[in-house]
Design a protein around this ligand. Structure first.
Ligand code: DGJ
Length: 343
């Protein structure tokens, strides 16, 4: 007993030291739906977010909805990590006062950051809106640093169209796309201009009304996913596939049993982790709590993907090793309830 206790303490001490040094033993465990503490012990505030990888560092940007926020400002949270599990807090990358005279309840949602290798600038896109969501534009802020000093540049309707939820996709060849939801017309996958400061052209307009848009390129196929338009309430998210971003796209199918409503989550990004042993595609979703947004959680799970099929497993603890690319679901499925005795 004492020997076990000693071994456990030794393990915990090694773990704590490794984490303090920013080097974490692998693989690391993700607990979908639980509080996700940053290096200060505070729940990560990066809702509706996206990931940018620079070298070996991952940056997670998203809506920073801390309870202590100044109600007049909107914040974009920024965290960095080497393993996608332990996140170092950075001061919010953007703290913005109402940039377009939109009124008290103005909205900044779903920020995503692209890095433009040609101009060496970081370009942040976000959904900018008035309190009743009638402005429907994208806003842009830029910086020379990944994690700070973003300055608001402008806002516009991409390609002159209404734009609410946005998503980000960077293909394996480095080409960058903004995904945006245009209520009358559908789901746009649009190419950014060379400097990423504007949206140049539609690569595809899928005539589906979907929010939380995300795309991943896996084994020669593109998978597009999105949610239905149900505000903060969950719904069955769906996916379609195509061999080219321009389509044609297959019909949309459920990513999970429809009655599960995506296990309460809404898509925000599909993150591909490529390693020498495996490629893992992570569904990044938000578990929104509209009345206590600072407590909204994250549902990240590795999807089962291939041959045109994509399935989101039910939420369980899982481990990720970013060095090898391997993921493994580790917590057991709760045992099925015993069958009721027949009357
Ligand atoms: C659903 C969107 O996906 C969210 O980003 C947010 O805009 C809510 N609607 C607002 O109701």
């Amino acid at each position: 007993m004492m020997r076990h206790l000693f071994a456990l303490c030794a393990l915990a001490a090694v773990g704590a030291l490794a984490c303090a040094a920013g080097v974490s033993a692998k693989p690391q465990t993700i607990h979908p739906g639980e509080l996700w503490p940053d290096d200060r012990g505070n729940h990560v505030q990066a809702h509706g977010g996206g990931i940018l990888k620079q070298g070996k560092t991952y940056y997670w940007f998203g809506e920073y909805r801390s309870r202590d926020n100044d109600p007049n400002l909107r914040y974009v949270g920024c965290y960095s990590s080497q393993d996608l599990v332990h996140w170092k807090f950075h001061e919010p990358a953007l703290k913005l006062a109402d940039p377009e005279n939109l009124g008290e309840r103005w909205v900044l949602e779903r920020p995503k950051v692209f890095y433009n290798a040609r101009t060496k600038m970081y370009i942040m896109y976000f959904h900018l809106d008035s309190g009743n969501y009638s402005l429907a534009r994208v806003g842009i802020a830029t910086s020379k640093k990944a994690d700070r000093d973003y300055k608001y540049l402008k806002s516009f309707r991409p390609l002159g169209q209404i734009s609410r939820d946005i998503g980000q996709f960077v293909d394996d060849d480095g080409s960058a796309y903004l995904i945006f939801e245009d209520r009358p017309n559908g789901f746009h996958i649009a190419r950014l201009s060379d400097d990423y400061l504007t949206v140049e052209r539609d690569v595809c307009l899928i005539p589906m009304h979907m929010e939380g848009g995300a795309v991943v390129h896996y084994q020669g196929l593109y998978y597009a996913i999105g949610s239905a338009l149900t505000g903060w309430n969950p719904n069955p998210n769906k996916y379609a596939t195509a061999t080219s971003l321009a389509g044609p796209w297959s019909e949309f199918k459920d990513i999970a049993p429809p009655e599960a409503n995506t296990y309460g989550a809404q898509s925000t990004m599909m993150l591909k982790v490529v390693g020498p042993k495996a490629t893992t595609v992570i569904f990044m979703g938000d578990l929104w709590k509209p009345k206590t947004q600072w407590d909204s959680r994250y549902l990240w799970m590795p999807v089962e993907i291939g041959d045109g099929k994509l399935t989101l497993p039910s939420p369980h603890d899982w481990t990720l090793d970013v060095k090898t690319g391997e993921a493994e679901i580790v917590s057991a499925t709760p045992p099925a309830a015993p069958a009721a005795p027949s009357p």
